[in-house]
Design a protein. Structure first.
Length: 173
């Protein structure tokens, strides 16, 4: 039995499987399901009705996709981040991101896969869209922990922040 790319189907539900192309593996879920490492791809020409793909490879391909407007393209990702921001802003009573998905995409491309706060490597699917809660101005993409840290640090006065960083430097020695 062959899959869409003419590779044999050797994926059995409940068994450990390693995807040869990327080396990622784990226990496959029930037929038609997805889990933390495998995504089910429907293919009705196969007797099982489909096959699993490595979630890592699927997400890697989404990150590398061009400016497609579909849900798997980068503009689709920006639209989802903006929608999520609007829903959260409504419930927590602050201004949502006002920038367009196209503006957000331009900022993502300018950041070149780096966190705007710490400069560390950042994957789009793990990025948080940071914005000013008073003005709605989008500021960039951050690691989740950088975004949380920024929120807490801005609750401190300048003197408290200075004391905090002095303390951090002291305990790190």
């Amino acid at each position: 039995m062959k899959g869409e790319s003419n590779r044999p189907i050797t994926q059995y539900a409940g068994s450990k499987h390693i995807f040869p192309a990327c080396g990622h593996g784990g226990i496959l879920p029930a037929l038609g399901r997805s889990n933390a490492f495998a995504i089910w791809r429907v293919n009705e020409t196969l007797s099982q009705g489909g096959y699993w793909l490595c979630r890592y490879d699927v997400y890697k391909n989404i990150e590398k996709s061009h400016r497609g407007e579909g849900s798997s393209g980068l503009l689709g990702r920006m639209s989802r981040l903006r929608s999520t921001s609007k829903a959260r802003a409504r419930s927590q009573k602050y201004k949502p991101i006002l920038d367009s998905p196209e503006q957000m995409l331009q900022i993502w491309e300018n950041q070149r896969g780096k966190c705007a706060a710490c400069g560390g490597k950042l994957k789009l699917l793990e990025a948080t869209a940071d914005h000013n809660h008073k003005t709605g101005k989008f500021r960039g993409f951050l690691h989740r922990f950088c975004n949380v840290a920024e929120g807490y640090l801005f609750k401190l006065s300048m003197k408290e922040r200075k004391n905090f960083f002095n303390w951090i430097n002291m305990v790190r020695k």
